[in-house]
Structure formats: structure tokens, C-alpha cells
Write a new protein. Structure first.
Length: 209
């Protein structure tokens, strides 16, 4: 039997235990799973040969449990005709996090950069599993560029290395502008630094290779 166990990022990071409840099939004891008694349909299981009951088991998951990782619990699956119980296979799934995405062992955070901070640089707040930290960002950091904080992802365990925290920077451009804002931008565009490098035909040369 297979089922999914949804964990928050904090739970998966720290490890622990969680109870899971599910319907489990067992052979009907009244008819030994045959579905009938003395040629008549078994009243206990209505001729099905099986009973379905609620079942609960504690699932222990390790610190740094990875998405899609499987945990096998022997004897907690359905009961077959051999009268033996199969295994329960629990598949780790992550609940959505407010700030971070998880890919493998790496955590991903997206930060939007305003014009002033793009020009000046400085520090930006970044969420980690140990709290918010300040990360230094150089001036004029490129749009779509990524910073990597080693060993800030899911923790190392057994033969699995620790992940990283990847910070992707996106430039935040205004969508709606007031007339006053448009006027300020128009004045800025008269400065060479704010104008695109076009030639007399309005085209952008390739420049030196």
C-alpha cells in the first residue's frame, strides 16, 4: 500500500514522527476471506471476503527527509489471501512554504530588487531555516542572477550531502505610473546612464566580440 505524507519544510528539516490514519483491508475472520459460509454469502463482510477498518500508525521520518523519499513500514499494508500483511510505503511530500521552494536538497528564494538598491547595492533580508539573515548584494547585480549560500539547504544525512540556498534576483520594474512619476523618469532618460546604447538608427550594435 502506498500513501503520501505531507510535511511542512520545518518538519522535514528537523525530522520527527507523525501519525497517519487510513482504511486498511483485512480478511474477514468470520468466513476466512472466502466471502461465504455454508454456501451462503457471509453476513459479516456481505460476501466481499474482506473488511475495511480505520488504521493508524506512527511514521518516523529522518531529519532532512527529501521530497519523494519513500519510507517503508513493514506489516502495515493490506492483508492478502496468504493472510500476510503487506507493507505500507509512505512517500514524503512538502506543503507549500511562504517564502521558499524546495528542489532536491536545495532551497530557492526569489528577491525583487528596486532601482535604488540595484544602483547602490547593499544587504537584503533572506529567510533561512534558522531565521532571517542579511545577505550582501553588490551594486548593479544582474537581473536573473543567483547567489548561492552553501549548506543552507536541507541538512546532510547518511550519504546525502547538504543542500544550498539559492537566491534569485529579479529587477522590479513599475507597472503603473502616475503623471509625476512619468515626468521624473523622462528627465532621468536624458542622462546617458539611463539611456540604452543605441546608434544613430536606433539600433543596438553588437560591440566588440
Amino acid at each position: 500500500m502506498r500513501m503520501k505524507l505531507y510535511l511542512s519544510l520545518e518538519e522535514a528539516f528537523s525530522g520527527g514522527s507523525k501519525e497517519v490514519r487510513y482504511p486498511r483491508e483485512t480478511l474477514c475472520p468470520a468466513c476466512a476471506g472466502k466471502g461465504q459460509q455454508s454456501g451462503v454469502a457471509c453476513a459479516a463482510c456481505e460476501g466481499q471476503g474482506i473488511l475495511i477498518n480505520d488504521y493508524a500508525v506512527m511514521v518516523d521520518f529522518p531529519m532532512g527527509a527529501r521530497p519523494e523519499e519513500e519510507i517503508r513500514i513493514a506489516g502495515s499494508g493490506h492483508q492478502g489471501q496468504s493472510r500476510q500483511f503487506g507493507d505500507l510505503i509512505v512517500i514524503i511530500q512538502y506543503k507549500p512554504h511562504t517564502y521558499l521552494d524546495v528542489k532536491g536538497a536545495d532551497l530557492h528564494y526569489r528577491h525583487y530588487l528596486g532601482l535604488e538598491q540595484y544602483i547602490e547595492g547593499g544587504s537584503i533580508p533572506v529567510p533561512t531555516m534558522s531565521g532571517i539573515i542579511q545577505v550582501k548584494l553588490p551594486a548593479r547585480f544582474p537581473d536573473g542572477g543567483t547567489l548561492r549560500l552553501k549548506d543552507r539547504g536541507l541538512p546532510e544525512r547518511e550519504k546525502l550531502p547538504a543542500g544550498s540556498l539559492l537566491i534569485t534576483i529579479e529587477h522590479c520594474l513599475p507597472v503603473k505610473l502616475s503623471q509625476k512619476e512619468r515626468s521624473v523618469i523622462h528627465k532621468l532618460m536624458n542622462f546617458p546612464s539611463f539611456s540604452p546604447p543605441v546608434d544613430s538608427q536606433g539600433l543596438i550594435p553588437k560591440g566588440d566580440e
